[in-house]
Design a protein around this ligand. Structure first.
Ligand code: NAD
Length: 517
């Protein structure tokens, strides 16, 4: 096992109980079942707003063709969720907890199957997909733990009167996900939603429709009422039917800033709360007193997981001028060694990008970077692995850009690919000003041995998720979410409960009504 993954691996690998043999290999998987899930079973949508195809990014093969759900299907899914909500919301927290723990157990049991499907449809390495599955069942375990302890406050009032608060579910929540962590995003949303007593209708990205249906099946097998977690498939049109439906009480969205803005606009018409987990262009600041090996490893973790298609990546790597040369040389050496290829192989650490248009977009960013004067220190080229079955895959070599400045497109915009930009700096004050000079605010990181500087710097960073001497470690216990245009609301941690529930205050009079009339 490559221990370059450091603390993340140490945190997660001991729990991996997967069987290493797989019956599916790259180039063989074909989805034959309906991908919508409603009322406890897979169904074909009753109406359609067009067809989509999902790919295996490592081969370019179509692995699923499906109808995008129309307004009627979305309505049916929401009605089915409404019925299930009546049953689920009446259960005690402990009853919900037991069922969620059972779902977590089944995810563990079927972990290798889920990870394999995720790798095939998303392209991330099986190593990473297993970590995603681990995080997924831990998420359900964590919120199962909280389900039984949700409680309100008791407030004493004059004359023996009192008030109490109740934390109540919202109703049917819509979950809309991105394609980079298809199964995990669905668990990050459904975990707290179900723990609070809600139902959910979930729409995954049309690029990755397959794995979330396994989650829907697992919930039912674990004992949730049929309809509590339904899946509708499709793109923007289907998502809009969901957001605009009057019976949807809340929308939790993970995706890009432009779509997030549309979601908020639609939700505003119905005065619905939203959670927005959006994009980023996060800074990672490396001071000259850092442990260089750790700083380099941190920069690798901040840029190359899931082929760089990670929202909170620290893609603007600010390196102090005193260590610029050494840092750059070491990071380039490591990046050149990243094993690219068949993502289902045990030792692969980088698979293909999600699809051809996205690959072309990333290559387009690199062309512009070159034109604007950035220097490609390594990578950034289309790549064809030796294995002939991978010749139609969307592989590119991981890239490090040098000679960057803050005005370049590659430094300002989210590339969402394996591209690290290195930016030299001279002082703390200067780097903080530059790090915060962005409309995004999802994450940020600092490497230094000076503890006072570490805390001073993260306090000044305008970002919702900050790392000191590490990067991209996101266990479920830690709240996750952005500042500025990276969104609002939080996933994970205890605080997520507040975003999936509403507070009722009950005032109880123990005496007579003192009327002023
Ligand atoms: P996207 O915005 O294109 O799509 C996200 C989801 O929204 C998809 O399911 C899509 O079908 C749906 N959608 C698109 N238009 C819609 C509309 N008008 N109404 C309702 N739904 C609509 O984003 P993407 O390309 O799937 O994902 C990449 C983006 O997601 C990146 O910007 C990345 O940073 C961000 N992201 C953020 C987080 C986070 O937690 N902050 C996590 C993962 C990805």
């Amino acid at each position: 096992m490559n221990l370059q993954f450091g603390p993340l691996a140490r945190l997660l690998i001991p729990n991996i109980r997967f069987v290493m043999s797989r019956s599916i290999s790259t180039g063989t998987f074909q989805n034959a079942q309906p991908l919508n899930y409603r009322g406890g079973k897979r169904v074909q949508p009753i109406d359609s707003v067009g067809q989509e195809q999902a790919y295996e990014p490592s081969t370019g093969r179509v692995i699923a063709t499906f109808d995008c759900s129309g307004e009627k299907e979305v309505h049916e899914a929401i009605q089915s969720a409404k019925s299930a909500f009546k049953i689920w919301s009446q259960k005690s927290g402990m009853e919900r907890s037991r069922i969620m723990l059972e779902a977590a157990r089944i995810i563990r049991e079927r972990g290798e199957e889920i990870a394999t499907v995720e790798t095939i449809n998303n392209g991330k390495s099986i190593f990473e997909a297993r970590v995603d599955v681990e995080i997924s069942w831990m998420t359900l375990e964590y919120y199962a733990g909280l389900a039984g302890s949700m409680s309100g406050q008791h407030v004493q009032l004059p004359g023996g009167s009192f008030a109490y608060t109740r934390r109540e579910p919202l109703g049917v929540c819509a979950g809309i996900g991105a394609w980079n962590y298809p199964f995990q995003i669905a668990c990050w949303k459904s975990g707290p939603a179900l723990a609070c007593g809600n139902a959910m209708v979930y729409k995954p990205s049309p690029f990755t429709p397959v794995s979330v249906v396994l989650l829907a099946e697992i919930f039912v097998e674990a004992g949730v009422p049929a309809g509590l977690f339904n899946v509708v498939q499709g793109g923007a049109a289907t998502g809009e039917f969901l957001c605009k439906h009057p019976d949807v009480a809340k929308v939790s969205f993970t995706g890009s800033v432009p779509t997030g803005s549309k979601i908020m606009e639609m939700a505003s018409k119905g005065i619905k709360p939203v959670t927005l987990e959006l994009g980023g262009k996060s800074p990672l600041i490396i001071f000259p007193d850092s442990d260089l090996e750790n700083a380099v490893n941190g920069a690798m973790m901040a840029n190359f997981l899931t082929q760089g298609q990670v929202c909170c990546n620290g893609t603007r790597v600010f390196v102090h001028r005193d260590i610029l040369e050494k840092f750059t040389e070491t990071v380039v050496k490591k990046v050149k060694k990243i094993k690219i290829g068949d993502p289902l192989l045990e030792d692969t650490r980088m698979g293909p990008l999600i699809n051809r248009p996205h690959m072309e977009k990333v290559l387009g960013f690199l062309k512009t970077a070159r034109e604007q004067g950035a220097q490609i220190l390594t990578g950034g080229e289309p790549y064809t692995p030796e294995d002939p079955k991978l010749k139609g895959g969307y592989f590119i070599t991981p890239c490090v850009l040098g000679n960057c400045n803050d005005d370049m497109t590659c430094v300002k915009e989210e590339i969402f690919g394996p591209v690290m930009s290195i930016l030299p700096f001279s002082s703390e004050e200067e780097v903080l000003q530059r790090a915060n000079n962005t409309t995004y605010g999802l994450a940020g990181g600092v490497f230094t041995r000076d503890i006072q500087r570490a805390h001073r710097v993260v306090a000044a960073l305008q970002a919702g998720m900050c790392f000191i001497n590490n990067y991209n470690v996101s266990p479920v216990e830690m709240p996750f979410g952005g500042y500025k245009k990276s969104g609002f609301g939080r996933e994970n941690g205890q605080v997520a409960i507040e975003y999936y529930s509403q507070l009722k205050t009950v005032c109880v009079e123990m005496g007579n009504v003192e009327s002023v009339f």
